[in-house]
Design a protein around this ligand. Sequence first.
Ligand SMILES: Nc1nc(=O)c2c([nH]1)NC[C@@H]1CN(c3ccc(C(=O)N[C@@H](CCC(=O)O)C(=O)O)cc3)CN21
Ligand SMILES: CC(C)C(=O)C(=O)O
Ligand SMILES: [Mg+2]
Length: 269
Amino acid sequence: MGQVAIKQITVSTLQDAYREKEKIAVLTCYDATFATVLEEAGVDILLVGDSLGNVIQGQSSTLPVTLNEMVYHVQCVARGVSNAFILADMSFGTFQVSPQQAFSNAVQLMAAGAQMVKIEGGRHMAATIEFLTQRGIPVCAHIGLAPQSVHQLGGYKIQGKTPDSARQLREDALLLQDAGAAMLVMELIPAILGEEITRSLAIPTIGIGAGAACSGQVLVLHDMLGLTCGRPPRFVRNFMQGADSIQTAVENYVAAVKSGEFPAHEHIF
Ligand SMILES: Nc1nc(=O)c2c([nH]1)NC[C@@H]1CN(c3ccc(C(=O)N[C@@H](CCC(=O)O)C(=O)O)cc3)CN21
Ligand SMILES: CC(C)C(=O)C(=O)O
Ligand SMILES: [Mg+2]
């Protein structure tokens, strides 16, 4: 570990940061080496995302990722950090059947070292989020573009563009907060909607293509290091540009999120 003492990040310190209007910097992370780099660069939350299906496994979607694969990567990340907060995605098929199924699978992620689990979906996941929360597992909800629903949505498209779908997303956010969600990820929605939802909630919001008003921002690590094959999504900025090392690129990301410099107008919708 580095020479500087790194502060322990918990659900309470995240809520404190949020109250004090300090932006929360989140990056995905899938292994121990990067976990150490991210923690030392000051990333608040390491998300073990099911995007590992794309960037680690080379799949064309997140759908094939299994619970055991998520557990393995959470264990890898947990070995690389001392204090950083680990958020783990519940992968496709591990939480939809019932709240009971979601609970026993979330237990495996928590036992592997996660401090919170993330579940894609709107109001239909409220009962599951309530079930987990009441039994000691903090949950982050995830609305807007839900990549696990790509085949239903017909692609990775912006969500909440019509007045009706925007209203539904605003309602979902409130219902999921009421169900006990400790945090909310919003993906690929208009910036104005991201701002309205953030203002309407008491819990922190983490945006990815959801505008600058969110309480924090998240990107896929490989995207912000410029390693994505092909054209990256619009919300991505390559932080290796102007950085002489990965450590510096990640430090620049943290600084840009904290200062509000990222996301800029070219990253939002
Ligand atoms: N490397 C990587 N980065 C991600 O952000 C990511 C993954 N993988 N895998 C899972 C999902 C898929 N995601 C994606 C993938 C593509 C777009 C995309 O191309 N979006 C268009 C917007 C299209 C529109 O305007 O409706 C874009 O230009 O950003 C967005 C999110 C986000 N997640
Ligand atoms: C893009 C983020 C929010 C995610 O869910 C993932 O990396 O899997
Ligand atoms: Mg995910």
